[in-house]
Design a binder for this molecule. Sequence first.
Ligand SMILES: O=C(O)CCC(=O)C(=O)O
Length: 317
Amino acid sequence: MQPAAHRQTKYVAAPPLEGPTPLRLPAPAADIEQARADLTEYGLCFLTGVLGDAEVDALRERLGRQAAAERSLGTLAPPGTEGPRQQLSNLVNKGRVFLDLVERPETDALAGYLLGKHFLVSSLTGGLFHGASSDVQPLHRDQGQVPATADFPAICNLFWLLDDFTPERGSTWVVPGSHRWAPEHMVKAPPRELAAQIEAPAGSIFAWDGRVWHGAAANPEGHPRRHVSTFYCLPWMRQQENWGVTCLQEVLDEASPKLKARMGLRTYGTLGMVSGTRTSAEAASLGNYDVEFPEYVIGEEGALHPLRRVSRSVAEG
Ligand SMILES: O=C(O)CCC(=O)C(=O)O
């Protein structure tokens, strides 16, 4: 079966591979065209030299401070805090430095290539090790919720590497080329022997197609191995994070139109509307339009219910 022509994106699929065999890892490259070609062929790429040293330092510092603060929350610490491989959720509320990654040209060049120009931020998360870990995450595909017969990327992940990723330092396991396997090999994880650990320097983007088998590795020496993950999906998919609930109002107030659209505050056809209450945005344009949160929603017998939004005010105690 040949891959379907993908009409909503410029993504050009490589032909399916015979059998569930892996390809080699692509070499890290500074050239965006090469990175896109690697995404097509291998389902992943390493775009080097994206973040300068000062940017890497700023992101490390912010991520480290946030991680320490979340660990100190004790019983209120969020899921993902326990254990030496700490995961940080919902970075949209935790510093502009993280959100800025969403608007970088490299994001449009890579995520836009796979998902088309209307792609959404599905989640914005981070990760680091603060101790040695022998845990190896099972191999999985990020678009596991999408039918295995979908022969196109519906998700893509951009890891912004804040340390050198090497096998000794707990770099990610991947199965290059597995996005081109037949649907019957997309359901049950392949044997670990088919996977390889990536190698790419700090400051790179490690990007992969949501169909690629991969998983987090052990980190026996407890190297910090820090990253920020900007995770994207097609505009007609459900996002991983419920932004409408958890994104601070002030973050949206300060966001550019492009960032708001990426968060889902722009309609895609008839999806993502705020219907049933008038807003100025709706009246202003035909087709896709920016969505505003209304002051109220209309209820039974025309009652006007004030819309409560989460804001920067801080809980007592
Ligand atoms: O941290 C990594 O190397 C990969 C993480 C991953 O795939 C996951 O958390 O689902």
